[in-house]
Design a protein. Structure first.
Lengths: 309, 632
């Protein structure tokens, strides 16, 4: 690793097999840059990937990389973070992974304000299976791989994340690497559950939405304040309404940036400590289970006494 | 030959769900166990919250018990439906306690299954008796059953005076019934009072009220004792024993193993274990306790546990029936990525929703084959509460030593039972964590090819370099590879772990043998049906029982070596298709001559098994024999 290249810590030697012009390249660069910029050690970062082109992200990073199952990236990431809260845990998955097959996990993760970063790659199509509609593709749209216009309506990931309870919500664009890297950094630094939608071209199956299409439309709303630092219900309501408005803009003008940064909702740690006061200091992954002789360290005598006759 | 052992005493209590049947069975079992006796009990209940019928059988003897009886010597009842359902099952010469109330027509019992109502009505018509509970009591009397009408109402009125009125004492009716039975059986009052105090621990006023009820009922029972009623008089106290069920034993085994994270989705009957763990994560522990998390579905449960296990924590999930169907995807991922993951599977009746609260052993072949593609896994099955603790503890060692998913199978019969067992001794266990590469510096290829198939296992956050894993086929470094030679080597490496496990696991953990090793009549079984066979040994000394504890990899060589050429093999299982028999045929050169099966999803008892085994011994057995009891 060299000191001159700020990405070197996290750049893996393997060549990505994504298509030329794929938005995933920009996301990968931005992620490398964010991780390096945060000064994290590669050993302490675990990147979980879903299934699809986006799910390959961990292959190309020099961090612990766990390539999981279609739709299940959040449960895997959640389990790892619960077991070893000292790790920086990132989940990377596509639109279909998160909102179709993994929708139950997408929503329920919002109920736990666990310190995870979820990077949601949205190109509105399924790439690896040859261009079917993703759940984010608008009704009536027909991309290159489809035989007919999309008969089903689109889900809005940001609106859904907001309703589900994600406490940090943002949107970025794959080829604005500098801005995206900053968004990823902020998402990782957020001490709760962060959701970052990343808009990206799929040059192969959704060529209409190319770089020019995006650059004409993207803007950063200057008057939006994403910070929630008070329990005032009026402020929360107004902010949620503002995020909903931003979420819905996906045609002529598409806002990017941080939409919500909720510093009020307690982290999941608070709830977990009520159940298990020893957590996270005595985390499951790092707490010994046996002494030097291999004898169990858990003390179950008092429990056994309850069953004594 | 020694005289056959006496039958265990069989006690049954029934009532609507939500009325305290479970608690009263525990009360009686505790009182008997306190007096030095051994207990085995079975529980039957509907998939319902309140109102449908449930009952509990408690067998009591001076020797260890592993099976219930289907014909109780004493029935405790409080209402008509219990009388209707169980009057015909009470053993001749036994005792039936019922409320001193007018009889009820069978047609007025809204939860009595139509098939059972017809069955009972036909029996009554044959005896020229009316289709009512009065008719059933009369039919019982004709078989020599002592039917005792108990004035619960009068007793409650007496208790009400000192304990805040009729409403306050209403629930002590249960204790009254149990206490009458205890008095009839000459059970020491002090043991009964101790059991009351245990059962209502933490509520002094409730204890006092129920102890008064216990004294009242006990005295009445002593006064009413029919001649010839069995006695459970004072016996020698035995120290160092526990009274508990299979799901509690599993939970305790997991805690002893150092469980770090248990994830689950509510499902009957598996949730009982997670509920127990949730209630006890805060107990004093030297090194922290587990996290227990209820999650959105079984897909999340299995994959969250796998995610936790990747970081080095001991992680598990527990499920039943359809839950395991959903988990098969995650099971395969854990197999492909060599993740030490423990799945506790409580079998219930299937397919589909099946019979959620009834027992079944229909998931054996599923557990062995669940998941697409081929990957190694271990499948263990517990035969009793002792096994449940040991297997739960060892499952984590197996999972970490051989770096694969371990399926620990139980069945509903074992989950809801109560059994007296010697106190568990976890300090005698030596935890084995396998080939952890926690101190390695530099790159540790996660899937390095080794002679035994087991690779050093790096963990994230350690001093070593990061590692990769993927559910896609991969090379030693965990990077995707579709190379045909790598594929072959990786398939062979994973398969070798199963051979390694088969060599490393002691034979005593693979199969357990009971009875005369020279006996020609050999019964093979697995899971809780082992108990009925162990009990049958007391009455059929020419029987030998082999319980398969490790179902996969199947201990074919060890089993064949233990079977003489002329052995007459009988397989006993709680399923329709004889899945162990199929496995025996697939993996060994031997075939079972007789399949003894039960698929009403009620457990097999020694009582039902004995005449069948005797028929087989005498050459009168059919190849396939089905155990049935229309009254269960």
């Amino acid at each position: 690793m060299t000191q001159t290249d700020p990405h070197a810590n996290f750049a893996a030697p393997e060549t990505p097999d994504w298509c030329r012009g794929c938005g995933d390249f920009g996301i990968l660069r931005a992620l490398e840059k964010a991780l390096s910029g945060l000064g994290l050690r590669p050993q302490e970062v675990v990147v979980f990937g879903g299934i699809g082109c986006s799910g390959k992200t961990p292959y190309y990073l020099a961090a612990n990389g766990i390539h999981t199952l279609h739709g299940r990236v959040l449960p895997f990431a959640t389990g790892a973070k619960l077991a070893n809260p000292a790790l920086t845990v990132i989940a990377a998955g596509g639109d279909g992974d998160g909102l179709s097959i993994g929708a139950g996990h997408f929503v329920n993760a919002g109920r736990r304000n666990l310190d995870l970063t979820y990077l949601f790659y949205n190109n509105e199509v399924y790439g690896l299976t040859k261009g079917q509609a993703a759940p984010t593709l608008p009704e009536g749209a027909q991309t290159r791989g489809m035989a007919a216009p999309n008969p089903q309506r689109a889900l809005d990931p940001i609106a859904l994340a907001l309703d589900a309870g994600y406490t940090w919500i943002g949107r970025g664009y794959a080829y604005a690497v500098g801005e995206l890297s900053e968004l990823i950094s902020r998402a990782i630094r957020h001490p709760g559950l962060a959701f970052l939608e990343i808009l990206q071209p799929c040059p192969h199956y959704h060529p209409d939405h190319d770089k020019a299409w995006f650059t004409q439309r993207l803007y950063t709303p200057v008057d939006h304040d994403p910070l929630l630092t008070t329990n005032d219900p009026a402020r929360r309501e107004a902010l949620h309404a503002a995020v909903q408005r931003l979420a819905g803009q996906r045609d002529e003008r598409i806002p990017v940036g941080v939409f919500l940064e909720d510093r009020v909702t307690p982290p999941f740690t608070t709830a977990l400590r009520r159940q298990q006061p020893a957590w996270p200091e005595k985390a499951p992954a790092t707490t010994p289970v046996a002494n030097g002789e291999g004898q169990p360290l858990a003390r179950i005598d008092a429990l056994l006494d309850r069953f004594a006759v | 030959m020694n005289a056959p052992a006496p039958l265990p005493f069989a006690w049954r209590i029934g009532g609507p769900q939500g009325s305290g049947v479970l608690r009263m069975a525990l009360l009686f079992a505790r009182a008997c166990a306190r007096g030095g006796r051994e207990i085995y009990s079975r529980r039957e209940y509907h998939s319902n919250i309140v109102g449908r019928h449930s009952y509990f059988d408690v067998s009591v003897a001076g020797r260890p018990l592993f099976s219930h009886r289907e014909t109780p010597d004493l029935l405790v009842s409080f209402e008509a439906e219990t009388v209707a359902r169980h009057a015909l099952a009470v053993a001749s010469g036994g005792v039936l306690l019922h409320a001193d109330e007018p009889g009820v027509p069978l047609s007025a019992l809204r939860f009595l299954d139509p098939r059972l109502r017809e069955h009972l009505s036909a029996e009554l018509a044959a005896g020229d008796l009316p289709p009512s509970t009065d008719g059933l009591l009369e039919l019982a009397r004709r078989r020599g059953v002592h039917c005792l009408a108990l004035p619960y109402g009068d007793w409650l009125a007496r208790l009400a005076a000192g304990h805040g009125g009729r409403k306050a004492v209403a629930k002590t009716v249960n204790t009254l019934g149990v206490a009458v039975s205890a008095g009839l059986l000459d059970l020491p009052l002090e043991d009964l009072l101790w059991a009351v105090a245990q059962t209502f621990a933490g509520k002094p006023a409730v204890i006092e009220m129920n102890q008064d009820a216990a004294r009242l009922g006990w005295e009445a029972g002593r006064a009413d004792r029919p001649a010839g009623t069995a006695k459970l008089s004072a016996a020698k106290r035995k120290e160092g024993r526990l009274l508990l069920g299979g799901h509690e034993a599993v939970a305790l085994g997991k805690l002893a193993a150092g469980l770090g994270l248990q994830t689950y989705y509510p499902i009957s009957p598996a949730s009982d274990e997670s509920a127990f763990l949730e209630a006890h994560t805060r107990l004093p522990r030297s090194e922290g306790g587990p996290l227990v998390l209820q999650v959105e579905d079984e897909l999340a449960a299995v994959n969250m546990a796998a995610g936790g296990a990747l970081t080095g924590a001991r992680c598990a999930t527990a499920t039943s029936g359809p839950g395991l169907s959903l988990m098969t995807e995650g099971l395969g991922w854990a197999g492909m990525n060599e993740v030490p993951l423990v799945i506790t599977h409580y079998q219930r009746g299937g397919p589909s929703t099946g019979l959620p609260t009834r027992t079944d052993q229909g998931d054996l072949l599923f557990a062995i084959h669940a998941g697409h593609g081929e990957f190694p896994r271990l499948v263990l099955a517990s035969g009793d509460v002792n096994d449940a603790f040991d297997d739960a503890l060892r499952a984590f060692d197996h999972a970490e030593r051989f770096q694969l998913p371990v399926l620990h199978l139980l069945d509903r019969a074992l989950t809801g039972c109560l059994q007296t067992v010697p106190r568990f001794r976890p300090a005698r266990h030596r935890i084995e964590r396998g080939r952890l590469a926690t101190d390695a510096v530099g790159a540790v290829p996660r899937f390095a090819f080794t002679a035994d198939g087991i690779s050093p296992r790096p963990l994230p956050g350690g001093p070593g370099a990061p590692f990769w894993t993927t559910g896609v086929e991969h090379g030693e470094d965990g990077r995707v590879s579709e190379d045909p030679v790598i594929r072959e080597k990786m398939m062979e490496k994973r398969a070798r772990k199963l051979e390694t496990a088969a060599r490393a696991i002691p034979v005593a953990d693979k199969l357990a043998e009971f009875g005369d090793p020279q006996a020609r009549l050999v019964a093979l079984t697995w899971g809780s049906t082992t108990g009925a066979l162990r009990e049958a040994l007391h009455f059929l000394p020419e029987l030998r029982v082999i319980q398969i504890r490790l179902l996969w990899p199947f201990p074919a060589a060890e089993l064949e070596a233990r079977l003489p050429d002329d052995a007459l093999l009988v397989v006993v299982e709680n399923n329709y298709s004889g899945q162990l028999a199929e496995l025996l045929a697939a993996r060994t050169s031997r075939r079972a001559a007789h399949w003894v099966l039960k698929y009403s999803d009620r457990p097999i008892s020694a009582e039902a098994l004995l005449p069948v085994l005797e028929a087989i011994r005498d050459g009168r057995g059919e190849p396939r024999m089905v155990l049935r009891n229309p009254l269960e």
